[in-house]
Design a protein around this ligand. Structure first.
Ligand SMILES: *[C@@H]1O[C@H](CO)[C@@H](O)[C@H](O)[C@H]1NC(C)=O
Ligand SMILES: *[C@@H]1O[C@H](CO)[C@@H](O)[C@H](O)[C@H]1NC(C)=O
Ligand SMILES: *[C@@H]1O[C@H](CO)[C@@H](O)[C@H](O)[C@H]1NC(C)=O
Ligand SMILES: *[C@@H]1O[C@H](CO)[C@@H](O)[C@H](O)[C@H]1NC(C)=O
Length: 450
């Protein structure tokens, strides 16, 4: 009935239709955790830095404090038996606190953003200079290779203490059940606001000649330290030194407004979690702190906020006559890592950095350097919309051969690359405080060329 040629055409069309159909089906399939893990491990192995003859250098400020980790459930049970939690206001030192708590489930660790990031860079083979004010006891918790600027020997220095109440997902408090692992942090910081270590830090920088300067740990301060000569000295580094600012959960609007005028316009890079993302966006856009935050924002929404922050900050760069432009934003969330970098910048290896951040997120939270698939779950679907803009229907599909999604686009007339890596979420969280610092540092480690 049909000629040979017609038959051949029909077969080809049939195959084409089937392939399109199967292709669609295939693309909607969820990404395999195994493929993702293998891919990320290869990227990590191929991108080791700090092992050559030249060691990269990072300078970090500021802070240093003691973290006391307390099991929240156990503490609440305890409070019911022995009184209301208010009595913790009275506590003035570690011993008293421990005696009051009398709980088995507590542990001490070095805390604060800067020391955690400092340790991470040290682990990754970097030469680290760290500005802090701390007691001898606390200093013992810092690896000896890390150079410390500030009053360390002074016995009078009392360490700041953060008490961290941790709880796991599904843990119950009376009638409540925790939706995810999390923690509350209470603090009583006195050292941070002191300017002396800042000044010394500024004086040491020209001699140390870092490749990267990281500013963090400002959230616990009652007084904003960045007014006066100290600031200029620190932020006026030669342009070849990249400057990163790690956000934290600022609730004080005054402090946030200071940050957006005194720090943000003068840095190359900024890192934050989903809560800080929404806060920073809200301050830049409306001049206020956002009250409610989605703890697991969709990728499209996070990317939109990143584009807005990029645009607004680039305008601030101009307004303030800064000699730096924002060229990098790293957003770390429970479900994924997203890094945006300007193509015309000195940030390298964005794809590998996103992968490393994702691996670090899992390892840190599971507290295990070996990633076991049984402990992983993926919260992302097989694809995501790139924006919430209804006129832009771009969608990105994770592909098992290329499970980290990277693409180019133009934001505020600037060519940028955006990479999104799903996180192999740790099913049984063991550590949550400090995760952001480890993750942010891990991302930076690969992005600086020396
Ligand atoms: C806290 O203690 C309770 C029992 O007292 C236990 O079930 C829970 O796993 C502990 N939580 C953490 C985060 O260790
Ligand atoms: C920052 O970006 C603006 C606009 O893109 C450009 O004119 C300016 O030269 C840039 N500044 C620096 C320090 O690169
Ligand atoms: C997180 O960083 C600390 C140093 O701050 C390091 O000791 C620890 O091993 C890191 N955790 C992971 C799992 O990367
Ligand atoms: C989408 O396009 C329509 C028609 O051009 C326009 O009216 C609308 O404002 C656009 N929406 C957005 C979010 O840009």
């Amino acid at each position: 009935m049909f000629s040979d040629t017609a038959r051949k055409w029909m077969v080809s069309i049939n195959i084409l239709v089937c392939s399109i159909y199967l292709g669609q089906r295939y693309l909607d399939v969820r990404l395999s955790p195994e493929a993702l893990l293998q891919h990320m491990l290869v990227l990590e192995k191929d991108n080791i830095v700090g092992v050559g003859s030249q060691q990269p250098k990072v300078a970090l400020g500021y802070g240093g404090c003691h973290d006391l980790f307390v099991n929240a459930t156990a503490l609440l049970d305890y409070s019911e038996l022995y009184g209301k939690p208010e009595h913790f206001n009275e506590i003035t030192n570690k011993e008293e606190l421990l005696r009051t708590l009398g709980l088995p489930d507590t542990r001490w660790a070095i805390g604060g953003n800067a020391p955690l990031m400092a340790k991470r860079f040290n682990t990754e083979g970097w030469d680290v200079l760290f500005a802090a004010k701390m007691s001898k006891k606390l200093k013992e918790l810092i690896p000896s290779q890390i150079k410390i600027v500030g009053d360390v020997a002074n016995e009078e220095v009392k360490d700041d203490v953060h008490m961290i109440l941790e709880y796991k997902a599904d843990e119950e408090f009376g009638e409540y059940k925790a939706p995810r692992a999390n923690r509350f942090i209470m603090h009583n910081d006195k050292n941070n606001p002191l300017l002396s270590s800042l000044e010394k830090f500024g004086e040491t920088l020209p001699e140390f000649q870092p490749n990267l300067l990281v500013i963090s740990g400002l959230q616990m301060m009652d007084n904003f330290p960045f007014q006066g000569d100290g600031t200029e000295q620190i932020l006026n580094q030669p342009k070849n030194i990249l400057v990163h600012f790690e956000m934290a959960s600022y609730v004080d609007i005054e402090l946030l407004l200071h940050l957006t005028t005194k720090i943000l316009p003068y840095v190359d890079s900024v890192g934050m979690n989903e809560q800080e993302l929404s806060n920073l966006h809200s301050v830049l856009e409306y001049g206020e702190v956002s009250v409610v935050t989605d703890s697991n924002p969709r990728v499209a929404m996070a990317l939109d906020l990143m584009r807005l922050i990029f645009t607004k900050t680039r305008h601030l760069n101009q307004e303030h006559g800064s000699d730096r432009n924002l060229t990098r934003i790293h957003v770390h969330t429970l479900a994924y890592q997203a890094i945006l970098t300007a193509k015309d910048s000195n940030w390298k290896r964005t794809r590998a950095a996103t992968a490393k951040a994702s691996l670090t997120a899992h390892r840190y939270v599971c507290d295990n350097p070996n990633i076991e698939l049984e402990r992983c779950k993926l919260l992302l679907d097989g694809s995501f919309a790139v924006t919430r803009d209804e006129n832009d229907s771009r969608r990105v599909y994770f592909d098992s051969a290329e499970p980290i999604a990277c693409w180019d686009e133009v934001v505020d007339d600037e060519d940028v690359e955006i990479c999104v890596a799903p996180v192999l979420v740790c099913k049984e969280a063991r550590l949550t405080a400090g995760a952001g610092d480890n993750i942010s540092a891990a991302g930076l480690v690969l992005q600086v060329e020396i």
